[in-house]
Design a protein around this ligand. Structure first.
Ligand SMILES: Cc1cc2nc3c(=O)[nH]c(=O)nc-3n(C[C@H](O)[C@H](O)[C@H](O)COP(=O)(O)O)c2cc1C
Length: 267
């Protein structure tokens, strides 16, 4: 009973979740969404999972595009895992509706709170809290994997009603501006033009024409560039020089670069 786990990630939380689930499930393959260039997206597996971070209380643009490109096979068991920092809001409802509009159904949708990578609002929090969240996430992945193995159908998980109304409204207001939010990135004197930012960006949104990164305004706000910069030279707005960087402790830069390379190969 094969499962395909499609994932999108900026700082590794979703990749780690996909990898941990694959181990739990056994016959499962993990596939980066950012490496997919062919449409429709076909899968021969009996079950298909979509694992992604919540961005501004909703789906990242890449996940919307992926869902729109999914081949229509209503018989397949589809589930989703929305990785977040404590406010999943109505993200999984948004995905369910999107899939429904395409004749697909989302049989179950789970949320997992992990350390926050949204550095414009602060660092990832104290280390004990991060470790606790990752331990709790591991436990929840076990529960989700058991439900997926049994092909359980469940209502999607969501936040409280006030969050779903207010944050969905904020998501709709913000979403069109995401590609140009990269205007707030800048580099300080620590930049040594290593080019990691250009290679790691899952959207091909960064170039280094004169030994300094330039953002091209089709940003997805995954924050991989700022969080993985080895020199911590990339900043966003005024406050990030003060904040600690974050990526999942069990995900490495070479692994992230290998994922980006699949995007480059597939064009
Ligand atoms: C642009 C952006 C917006 C975010 N918005 C939310 C949000 O609305 N709710 C939330 O709980 N976490 C939010 N986060 C935090 C991420 O969802 C969370 O840290 C996630 O675990 C990151 O997963 P990744 O490492 O796979 O990219 C946001 C992160 C980014 C970069």
């Amino acid at each position: 009973m094969k499962t395909d786990l499609f994932f999108y990630t900026g700082t590794g939380n979703s990749l780690w979740t996909a990898r941990t689930m694959a181990k739990e499930l056994g016959d499962a393959e993990i596939i980066p969404i950012s490496g997919i260039s062919r449409e429709p997206v076909e899968s021969r597996a009996e079950a298909l999972g979509i694992i992604f971070p919540v961005h501004i209380w909703g789906l990242p643009g890449k996940v919307i595009a992926f869902t729109n490109a999914l081949a229509n096979d209503p018989s397949r068991y589809c589930f989703a895992v929305a990785i977040n920092a404590g406010q999943v809001a109505a993200t999984l409802l948004q995905l369910k509706k999107l899939m429904h509009s395409r004749g697909l159904s989302l049989s179950s949708g789970f949320e997992i709170a992990m350390p926050s990578n949204y550095i414009p609002w602060g660092g990832p929090g104290p280390e004990e809290k991060r470790i606790r969240r990752i331990d709790e996430a591991r436990e929840k992945i076990g529960m989700i994997s058991a439900a997926v193995a049994k092909r359980e159908k469940r209502p999607v998980e969501k936040g409280p009603l006030w969050q779903n109304i207010l944050f969905t409204w904020l998501n709709r207001l913000s979403f069109p501006h995401v590609p140009t939010m990269d205007r707030s990135f800048w580099v300080d004197e620590k930049c040594n033009a290593c080019g990691i930012c250009e290679r790691i960006c899952p959207s091909g949104n960064i170039e280094l024409p004169a030994d300094r990164p330039v953002w091209l305004h089709h940003c997805e706000q995954c924050l991989a560039c700022i969080q993985w910069c080895p020199a911590e030279a990339i900043q966003f707005g005024k406050r990030t020089p003060r904040y600690e960087r974050y990526h999942h402790p069990e995900v490495t830069l070479p692994e992230m670069l290998a994922i980006s390379a699949t995007r480059e190969r597939n064009g």
